[in-house]
Write a protein that binds this ligand. Structure first.
Ligand code: AMP
Ligand code: GLY
Length: 421
């Protein structure tokens, strides 16, 4: 088979390395890919949002399956466009990807179908937001831009000044563009967070092994929210008992709700959960694999990923048993100095071999380019260094010892992955 993976980050590199393990795969392309990905797939310079370009390439090259990995092209209808041309694609159509691309949609869905989530109100008028926040007068308060914002559109305001600044930034200064036309103001919840990715063909939902992301930029969960600075799998807070509650109250009801709305979801649905004192609640949905959750979940997958992709597309997931390794996995993200704010690009990375790897771990490339045989930084999150072990501590020790072999100017990474709630 020939498979084309759309995207250019660490998640896409992980997917590609997993696909490479399949005896059914002859050739993998990435559009557009990155420096590290070019060691595992043929990168073609077509942008991830270029529906025409991707469809044309797929037709001309007899691509069997297009795997659409990032949120933006899914929300923009990449899968719809491919299907219209008769191309098989993995990922939800736009009318289902909205579960991620509009927080207003997902919050209203949860309310309508009784799926546990934080209490909230939606606003399109900045003055009304502050009126509401003042009437509640409870801090912290959570303020979220409605649309996609690279995981950065959520502000937890500790007092009135911070709330006012957040509302101004999102709704008036339009820091996230039209994503901030509407905001969701939410009750602040507490408890450990869990990411559960699930395969679904719109009929059945099969949760993958659990994971935990570390979203803040710095140790002890300080600093700004990022796309994710590191992950572990399994998540120690996700017990069998909690998993069963989630299946009954969140996973299955969500799939049913999307069907009732005439928006069947096919692909990978990501449940961002918080285990609150009142039980598990949904913090967010994503319409795709998490990044860097994929980096610790997919290495544990024992079943052929191509079999799963086909079962999802053909709506036969119920017939497939999906197997997972008992090993734990850990991923430490090395980021550019300054990320998630502005950061330099084009800095040489040392310590990687010709394939962009180091001994003892797998290096998933997120933001790198390859020039004359050398790797350079080319994004905020640069590398995700991942290792497996019989225990989480073993996986973490291996990942960190690999991290120490890699350097670039200004590199920063968290030293406490796997240690915080
Ligand atoms: P989101 O992009 O919705 O996942 O939010 C990013 C992060 O903000 C989450 O991973 C949580 O750590 C935090 N967060 C979001 N919503 C809430 C909430 N209602 N209460 C507490 N923390 C939240
Ligand atoms: N790591 C969080 C996300 O992919 O949204």
């Amino acid at each position: 088979m020939k498979i084309l993976v759309v995207g250019s980050g660490g998640r896409e590199h992980t997917i590609i390395r997993k696909l490479k393990e399949s005896p059914r795969v002859d050739k993998i392309y990435a559009a557009p890919g990155n420096g590290g990905i070019s060691r595992d797939a043929e990168c073609v310079s077509i942008g991830a949002m270029d529906k025409e370009g991707i469809s044309d390439f797929a037709l001309k090259n007899n691509i069997d399956i297009v795997f659409v990995a990032p949120d933006d092209p899914l929300a923009a209808g990449m899968v719809d466009a491919l299907n219209e041309k008769g191309i098989r694609a993995f990922g939800p159509k736009a009318n289902a990807a909205i579960i991620e691309s509009s927080k207003v949609f997902s919050k209203n869905l949860m309310k309508k179908y009784g799926i546990p989530t934080a209490d909230y109100e939606v606003f399109d008028d900045p003055s009304k937001v502050m009126e509401y926040i003042d009437s509640k007068n409870r801090y912290p308060v959570v303020i979220k831009a409605d649309g996609l914002a690279l995981g950065k559109g959520v502000i937890i305001a500790l007092d009135r000044n911070e709330a006012q600044a957040a509302v101004k930034e999102i709704m008036e200064d339009k820091k996230f563009g039209d994503s901030g036309n509407n905001v969701v103001v939410e009750e602040f919840l507490t408890g450990p967070e869990v990411s559960v990715l699930a395969f679904t063909d719109g009929k059945v939902v099969k949760p993958m092994v659990s994971s935990k992301d570390h979203k803040r930029a710095y140790d002890n969960d300080e600093g700004l929210n990022t796309g994710g600075m590191g992950t572990i799998s399994p998540n120690p807070y996700y017990t069998d008992e909690i998993a069963e509650i989630c299946r009954k109250t969140i996973f299955e009801p969500t799939i049913a709700a999307m069907n009732s709305e005439g928006r069947p979801f096919k692909g990978c649905l990501y449940f961002g959960l918080m285990i609150t004192p009142n039980g598990p609640k949904v913090i967010e949905y994503n319409a795709r694999f998490g990044d860097p959750e994929a980096q610790v979940v997919l290495p544990r997958l024992k079943t052929d990923l191509v079999d799963i992709i086909e079962a999802v597309i053909d709506e036969k997931l119920g017939e497939l048993d999906i197997e997972w390794s008992e090993d734990a996995a850990a991923c430490v993200v090395m980021a550019s100095g300054g990320y998630p704010l502005s950061y330099p690009k084009g800095l040489e990375i040392s310590g990687l071999d010709d394939n962009g790897q180091v001994e003892g771990a797998t290096v998933y490339h997120a933001g790198t380019k390859l020039e004359n045989g050398k790797f350079y930084t080319n994004g905020g999150r640069v590398l995700g260094i991942t290792a497996s072990g019989k225990t989480l501590d073993e996986a973490l020790a291996k990942a960190y010892s690999a991290v120490e072999k890699i350097t670039f100017d200004g590199a920063h990474y968290r030293k406490d992955i796997g240690k915080t709630k």
